[in-house]
Design a protein around this ligand. Sequence first.
Ligand code: ADP
Ligand code: MG
Length: 691
Amino acid sequence: MKKIPELFGSMVFNEAVMKERLPKDVYKALKCTIRRGTALDAQIAGVVANAMKDWAIEKGVTHFTHWFQPMTGITAEKHDAFISPSADGTVIMEFSGKELIKGEPDASSFPSGGLRATFEARGYTAWDPTSYAFIKDDTLCIPTAFCSYTGEILDKKTPLLRSMEAISKQACRVLRLFGKDVARVTTTVGPEQEYFLIDKEDYKKRPDLILTGRTLFGAPSPKGQELEDHYFGTIRPRVKAFMKDLNEELWKLGISAKTEHNEVAPCQHELAPIFATANIATDHNQLTMEILKKVAERHGFVCLLHEKPFEGVNGSGKHNNWSISTDRGENLLDPGTTPADNAQFLLFLAAVIKAVDEYQDLLRISVASAGNDHRLGANEAPPAVVSMYVGDELAAVIDSLVSGSSYASCGEKMMDIGVCTLPAIPQDNSDRNRTSPFAFTGNKFEFRMPGSSFNIACTNVMLNTAVADSLMAFAAELEAAEDFDAALSALIRRELAAHRRIIFNGNGYSPEWPVEAERRGLLNLRATPEAVVHYTDAKNVALFARHGIYTEQEMRSRQEISLEEYCKVIRIEARTSLNMLKKQIIPAGVAWSREMAEGVALKKRIGVSAPAEAAMVQQITDKTAELSALTEALEAAVDGAPSGLEACAMYAHETVIPAMEAARKAADALELMVDKKVWPLPTYADMLFYV
Ligand code: ADP
Ligand code: MG
């Protein structure tokens, strides 16, 4: 292996490569585009494209692709060779500025939620110079945004870039009031990724894992996660070898994989990178998920990114660590050490608190999926109620500000904005509240609801836009104020008082919390179909329109895509269940009871009575009959789905899923009655405790 600094970013057309390979003026212009978001001139694009091509060819690359993030949540690519024919029958290797800037994939089969009629199938991809081009599988990948020809957005990157612009604009306005002339503010994100690794041989024997990503059947393993001996445990050598390989692949792509450890569930692990801008972090996380799967294959594993691959053990999430930072590197969620810094911090903190309270629904919707429904509200994950944890110190500060009571760290005086210095806010892990969906962790917020398989773009679009909206209102009020300090104090107090109901520092997993949350008027949107229908509520449509992120039509299309995906996922799961029940599980019950019955008959013939075995034959036969009836009921449930997306999604949630669960319960009971040698599926113990 090369030394890490040499390896790191070796497959990325990053600033160092640009500087080395581009003429000075071109490099400067490109850098300006990257930093400031200014438009790039076509001629300059031509020079950049050529340099990219030469660099890539030296590394054995033959093709290029526009790499984009359609609404499927995964990434898409269509490869084109660099070759261009010459008159003499030979080819030359070409890559033009036009090809770099714009692509025209036939987009008819991507979900568009009715935005794009199939006769107008064309869409185009546009280069996003703020995320570096990179080489993957001998192909030069150009990160791009994806739009329809009529300008509607069809991807996850475009709204993210727009939301980053929106928050930058409003944050700069606010900072100007504090006498700071800042050109650009970016949101930073560090997504921690959880995943499971299982043996490929087990995976291959499980149609449910292959078709749905999760086990639809499986009795609990005699040992699960109750000993908590996996969390931070020694990483077994086979997994360590995988992680080493994984890190190298990620580092080559400039992805700063930093932390790795075993998670709570057996064979569950976590990977955390060093944070980057929201845009780059999103691209990198998409790549990370792809590479996790690829590298796992090479090591005889399969990487499961589903939110709940195994019932009864922890599911996988993705913690979205989020902050806002100026182009001079000032973290705006860092409390600071002077009273003036504190006042600014408190204003940004109030902006986030207001945003999360007012747009709880959007945050919840951004993490809604059939897979994540198994997690949110279950024991190990944050509940489906969105609330914020700010820690005891900040909670005391907020109390003092709102109620005017005395505050100890301030010399028993009332907390006064711009006069009193905040106490040091601990950033260590020890006292963090792990049960909160949205926790302040010293200088950033950690949003813990996203599922492990999610594209984090949506969550960050919601966060950026909602916070931009708070900042816009704050800026307008403070710009008009005659006495800035007085207006600032009044505003912070008022907003904290108005939105303090969203703050909850207690145990989010306790049964009392949802009751208390309801009393406070917080939303508890338990399942995807209940949540997603609120996406296009008037206040949400108005929010995105105000900041130029989505049109109402684009939002309706996204809502439709989400509901449709939910219906399809449940339908696939139900059909896979039916298939396994009819072709594997029921036949196993029949075969085993028959084999035992033959044994009982044989014994009887030679005068041996075997009443226990005869009773077992009866039990297995009864269980198989019960299962057979439940299978029929499931089939009827699948066939009875109503038309209309909303109705179909609610029906899937209320009727199909319970029918699947009932059949599963009986199948899992049968598993425990049947000889392992006739049971057609690897068991939970096999999969979770492989060697
Ligand atoms: P823990 O598991 O205790 O939450 P980790 O170290 O696993 O902590 O993950 C913390 C994540 O937060 C890392 O990805 C880190 O880069 C990220 N992070 C740290 N500071 C910021 C910041 N200012 N903005 C966004 N993410 C941040
Ligand atoms: Mg964390």
